[in-house]
Design a protein around this ligand. Structure first.
Ligand SMILES: NC(=O)CC[C@H](N)C(=O)O
Length: 355
């Protein structure tokens, strides 16, 4: 008798061991990251997804809140070959179902072959396969979560007072904490604004730079952020990370599309087309920029599949990354992105200034 069931869109129902109870649903994805489970589980970009860890043992160095990227767990559920008690207890306290003792190697292979798929989970002493299937039946596709920004963004503007290197208006589409920290460490002051901020809200903080954060779901559902890029491009330098890159591309004539199973891990190789240098990067995305449009140049590409990893327009002062230069988890090799971003302010790159 099992106490946990995972129902998949391909019709299978997989038995597992329950580690944190509940009923839930979401898009089933996997990460190959072998460390950084606290950072991944608190990354807002995982909202509405069920996160499978391909690394078999999750929790072997405990759970410490200093390593969290936000104030709660964001995946709808978590799956591993084996969770330690520390992680299972944390997820249970957070009300996030967790299962283990299933063949995650086989599960990850299925996602690679069939693509990210919808799933339903039922976990606990009374759980049945029918409960898991009922969750699956009620599960929406990622793009159908049209107001997902409201689930992850700040409700009111907040400010992180730093130094005078730059005043940054950061649009919080579900930002990881490390992004603001990376800017603060470089002496910037960061105004965090809601995902649906208006041009007047941005102008009110008199920024030197507009920064669009990472965030969950389909970038086409972040129309307000797209409108901000459209409004301020040429007047303010603009930077973006992950969803931020996608929103910037959509605003400037490019397009985005859903990937089969995405990039999630801490060793995704990225080649800079100018220097030919390859760096290992942290990634967590299921959509990608298809066409960059006429305004943006692709400056970096993924070595595995050639997808756009960096976009720039030097004249307009626009620079974005699809991966996570702020790391947490993962390698620190791309932290200089934040220096490049702040250089956009100090070198007055944009063609025009706001008056
Ligand atoms: N980490 C992110 O910002 C993810 C971006 C977007 N939600 C995607 O899945 O592609």
């Amino acid at each position: 008798m099992s106490d946990a069931y995972l129902a998949l869109e391909d019709g299978r129902v997989i038995e597992a061991r329950g580690r944190a109870p509940g009923r839930t649903r979401g898009e089933l994805v996997f990460t190959t990251a072998y460390t950084g489970y606290e950072e991944s589980l608190t990354d807002p970009s995982y909202e509405e997804q069920v996160l499978t860890f391909s690394y078999p043992l999750i929790g072997n160095y405990g759970v410490r809140s200093e390593r969290f990227e936000s104030d709660r767990v964001h995946p709808r559920a978590a799956i591993a070959r084996e969770f330690t008690d520390d992680v299972a207890e944390w997820l249970a306290e957070e009300g996030v179902p967790a299962i283990d003792h299933l063949d995650t190697r086989e599960l990850v292979t299925s996602i690679r072959e069939e693509g990210a798929m919808r799933c339903g989970l039922a976990v606990g002493p009374d759980a049945t396969p029918a409960d898991a299937k009922a969750e699956l039946d009620a599960c929406k596709g990622m793009s159908e979560h049209v107001d997902i920004g409201a689930q992850v963004s700040v409700e009111e503007p907040t400010v992180h007072e730093g130094g005078s290197a730059a005043t940054v208006a950061m649009i919080d589409c579900g930002a990881k904490g490390s992004i603001a920290e990376s800017l603060l460490e470089r002496d910037a002051t960061v105004h965090v604004l809601p995902y649906d901020a208006t041009p007047a809200d941005v102008a009110a903080v008199d920024p030197d730079l507009l920064f669009i954060s990472n965030g969950p779901g389909d970038p086409e559902n972040f129309e307000a952020a797209e409108a901000l890029v459209d409004e301020f491009v040429g007047d303010l330098p603009i930077a973006g990370i992950c969803l931020g890159q996608q929103v910037v591309a959509n605003a400037l004539g490019g397009s985005t599309e859903k990937m089969d199973f995405g990039h999630r891990g801490v060793n995704q190789p990225v080649r800079d087309l100018d220097t030919d240098r390859v760096v290992m990067t942290t990634q967590n995305h299921g959509y990608t920029v298809g066409e960059p449009g006429d305004e943006l140049n692709v400056t970096q590409v993924n070595v595995n599949d050639g997808t756009a990893e960096g976009l720039e327009n030097e004249d307009l002062g626009v620079i974005t990354r699809q991966y996570h230069p702020e790391a947490h988890p993962g390698p620190n090799d791309s932290l200089d992105f934040f220096d490049d971003v702040l250089d956009l302010v100090s070198t007055d790159t944009p063609v025009a200034t706001s008056d």
